[in-house]
Write a protein of this length. Structure first.
Lengths: 214, 234
């Protein structure tokens, strides 16, 4: 069995895409609020990217609130016996149903206690996370680093040509890699530090950045 | 659904980064609020740093979050905030110190009982009541008899009642003063508050005094006496 459609995941993917891409502040804020209500961990990357990089304060506020609801949802479940209306499933089951999903789970590039890293690197990593969340949503079926690299390359070629508010730092890297060798290296090491074994996307992004400075 | 360590870390990182670097004070305050609600002492240092934020809104939320988290590491900074010029911030700091049950803050909180701003006096009294230490009794009794702000008076008698419930010696001492006020004071606002205090502790032996008060010229005192009788005779 390859893919079992899971309606909730479809909704979350859609809301994440709206949150990251829609032109209207109010629409993006509403997407963040709905993701908070759904309280699903798969929205964390997109919400976190919105909290860090959305140009509208109301969207960033809604994203912070939604992230709080997600972390709190789990705690309140630990205290009460069973969630009332949410379907329960263990990660194991999700793996059986949808391999692609497990790959995404493994792709969180955590940054642990990195408040010492320079703001530029932090901003870049936030942008990377946002971009990755977006690319992942577009290509849920990718399972090898090679495929992921192709997707990342395609996406970043597009970034080069568009003036996107979200990717100020990342865009500089891609346009003039020679001037940012140090920063790119620091970013790579920061990602590698928290590199997860099965993370196809993390592997691909590191390869991509390394190619930039070669 | 359980969050993985990485997922949790991503959320925490987002809150911390937002608190330290967002350009908009409302967004920073929202992140401070989220950290406070998570209630994890790990966030105390980053919140303490944020006490220096240039926005009063952010500082206010940070103070409240420090109170919610309840880490004693926040006590010195909160004591320092009691003397802030912005009275909303010192009020919030007093309340946070109360939530922390910060005995070390008692001397500084006693000072707030004579502050020029009524809201600071009120919150200082409330905090002293929460801490519940008998050392605050003399200052609370003194403040009670000169206080003119109704909210502050209410907080003082609440604080006195809280300490009476925990300490026998204070209980006797405060009762004696309260009965003296009830029978001798010419200040009807003060008499009324003394009646309310006696009602709060529901003492059977204060019934004769309370009955006497039914003849009081001030209607508010009579009303409070009737209410207190309801408690005392129950």
């Amino acid at each position: 069995m390859k893919i079992t459609p899971e309606p909730k995941f479809g909704v979350i993917q859609l809301l994440c895409r709206i949150l990251l891409d829609d032109r209207d502040d109010r629409v993006r804020r509403q997407a963040a609020e709905s993701l908070g209500k759904l309280s699903d961990a798969r929205a964390i990357l997109a919400l976190s990217a919105a909290a860090a990089g959305d140009p509208a304060a109301q969207v960033r506020i809604a994203a912070v609130e939604a992230l709080f609801l997600i972390s709190n949802y789990e705690d309140s479940n630990l205290m009460s016996d069973k969630p009332k209306s949410q379907p329960t499933f263990s990660i194991q089951q999700v793996g059986n149903m949808n391999t692609g999903d497990v790959e995404i789970k493994g792709d969180q590039i955590g940054i642990q206690q990195n408040y010492n890293t320079s703001p530029e690197i932090q901003a870049t990593i936030a942008e990377l996370k946002a971009t990755l969340a977006e690319i992942q949503t577009k290509h849920p079926a990718i399972s090898t680093p090679e495929e992921a690299l192709v997707a990342i390359d395609a996406e970043f070629t597009e970034v080069k040509q568009t003036d996107s508010y979200k990717l100020v730092h990342l865009r500089q890297f891609i346009l003039e890699p020679k001037c940012h060798i140090k920063a790119i290296k620091a970013t790579i090491s920061e990602i590698s530090k928290h590199y997860l074994e099965h993370s196809v996307w993390a592997k691909a992004i590191i390869t991509y950045l390394e190619n930039l400075i070669d | 659904m359980t969050l993985t360590i990485d997922e949790r870390q991503t959320i925490w990182d987002t809150f911390c980064r937002t608190l330290t670097s967002d350009v908009n004070p409302t967004v920073r305050a929202k992140a401070a609020e989220a950290l406070g609600k998570l209630g994890n002492p790990t966030f105390t240092p980053i919140l303490l740093d944020a006490l220096a934020d240039r926005s009063p809104l952010v500082r206010h939320t940070v103070i409240q979050s420090l109170g919610k988290i309840g880490s004693t590491a926040a006590i010195p900074a909160l004591i320092a905030t009691l003397t802030e010029e912005n009275s909303e911030l010192s009020t919030a700091a007093a309340l946070a110190l109360g939530e922390l049950r910060a005995e070390a803050a008692i001397p500084a909180l006693l000072q707030t009982l004579t502050a020029p701003t009524p809201s600071i006096r009120s919150s200082g009294a409330a905090a002293l009541g929460q801490i519940g230490s008998p050392t605050a009794v003399p200052a609370l009794l003194a403040a009670w008899q000169i206080e003119s702000d109704s909210t502050a008076i209410a907080q003082i008698i609440d604080a006195l009642a809280a300490i009476m419930a925990r300490d026998d010696t204070s209980n006797q001492q405060i009762q004696t003063i309260a009965k003296q006020i009830v029978t001798r004071s010419t200040n009807s606002k003060l008499r009324q508050s003394a009646v309310i205090l006696l009602g709060k502790i529901a003492l059977a032996d204060s019934i004769p005094d309370l009955l006497e008060l039914l003849k009081d010229p001030d209607i508010n005192v009579v009303q409070s006496a009737i209410e207190a009788l309801g408690n005392a005779a129950a």
